[in-house]
Ligand binder design. Structure first.
Ligand SMILES: [Zn+2]
Length: 334
């Protein structure tokens, strides 16, 4: 993903020193525990295949593994395959992995969507060392961490089947084939988030055709880079524009779960990410839980973003725990 221009509003917020006060509503604290050790293992297992770059063997093998894990936890998996064209003309063999929760009919609260991308970036084009710029990224944080949190949630939901909502998961493919910084041939505006664009288009078509098997999601949550050391999750700009009530709800859940310090009630920059087509094409209000490092000189996405250092050495279980327990707090209160 990449940043788009919200800098002015962020600077204004900082200059004015305005931090929004959050009213912590009474909500019962959910005692079901998200297991960060398990999530960490799910992250490591994906990395063990190697970088999951498009059209690679590691990508193929990891996709089969993700599918098998969701099935193991009682989910029905659909593989949404498509040949998508990268900005450079490469045909990307893309697979969105759609995992549907069982027994929707029995759940009075309808359905919500949690999603993350599972592909790895093929180029570490933000690495401080230019000899790494054309090497693939391990993508422990930028990819695997989101899927790892989703798998751990699926495992928990099977163990504690008292949810009032059906929680579906989608692993988007082909998010990170966006135009590299070293390529000056085009603007590459639409080169990111190709898998989610495809999913959103198909979802819209199904909705319009009133296909009875289509899920209607009340809202969606995208997880992107949710395992980094020192990560903080600011309120991302596009999420605030499109789905501020969901942002507030999630930030309240973080406070209630005891992880408010990871979720400052401050606006971060706006990001072109998978939640954009989910909002704009599929018409599902969807927020992005994405790390923001306001003081990091390497990138506001953090020191390892699109570098050769985005590996398991920089994954922190405390961050996985903060995000995972916040989601547990949220969904068991629905
Ligand atoms: Zn990325």
């Amino acid at each position: 993903m990449r940043k788009y221009i919200y800098i002015i509003s962020v600077m204004c917020l900082m200059a004015c020193g305005t931090t929004k006060k959050q009213s912590v509503e009474d909500q019962s604290v959910v005692t079901i525990q998200f297991n960060a050790d398990s999530a960490y293992q799910f992250c490591a297992a994906q990395c063990a295949f190697g970088p999951r770059t498009m059209n690679s063997e590691a990508h193929e093998q990891c996709g089969a593994w993700i599918q098998q894990k969701f099935q193991q936890y009682g989910y029905q998996v659909e593989l949404q395959k498509a040949d998508l064209k990268g900005y450079d003309g490469t045909i990307l063999k893309s697979t969105n992995i759609i995992a549907k929760a069982p027994s929707l009919k029995e759940r009075a609260g309808g359905a919500i969507l949690i999603c993350a991308h599972w592909d790895s970036r093929p180029w570490a084009d933000n690495d401080p060392d230019s000899t790494n710029w054309r090497k693939p990224v391990m993508a422990a944080n930028d990819g695997a961490s989101g899927v790892a949190v989703m798998l751990e949630l699926a495992r928990l939901f099977q163990q504690h089947d008292s949810l009032n909502v059906a929680v579906d998961f989608v692993c988007f493919d082909a998010e990170d084939w966006g135009i590299p910084q070293w390529d000056e041939t085009g603007d590459g505006t639409d080169s990111w988030a190709l898998g989610s664009q495809y999913w959103a288009k198909k979802y819209q078509e199904q909705t319009l055709s009133a296909n009875p098997s289509t899920r209607h999601y009340t809202y969606g949550i995208l997880l992107d880079m949710v395992g980094g050391q020192g990560a903080r999750f600011y309120q991302e700009g596009f999420s605030m524009q499109k789905a501020s009530t969901i942002v507030e709800k999630v930030w309240r859940a973080a406070n209630a779960a005891g992880y408010g310090s990871f979720f400052p009630a401050k606006e971060g920059s706006g990001v072109t990410d998978d939640h954009v087509p989910v909002n704009e094409v599929a018409n599902i209000p969807c927020i992005d839980i994405i790390n923001f490092y306001p003081d990091c000189p390497q990138s506001s996405f953090g020191p390892t973003w699109h570098t050769a250092s985005d590996d398991m050495r920089h994954i922190d279980k405390n961050t996985l725990q903060a995000v995972g327990q916040t989601l547990v707090q949220l969904v068991y209160n629905e």
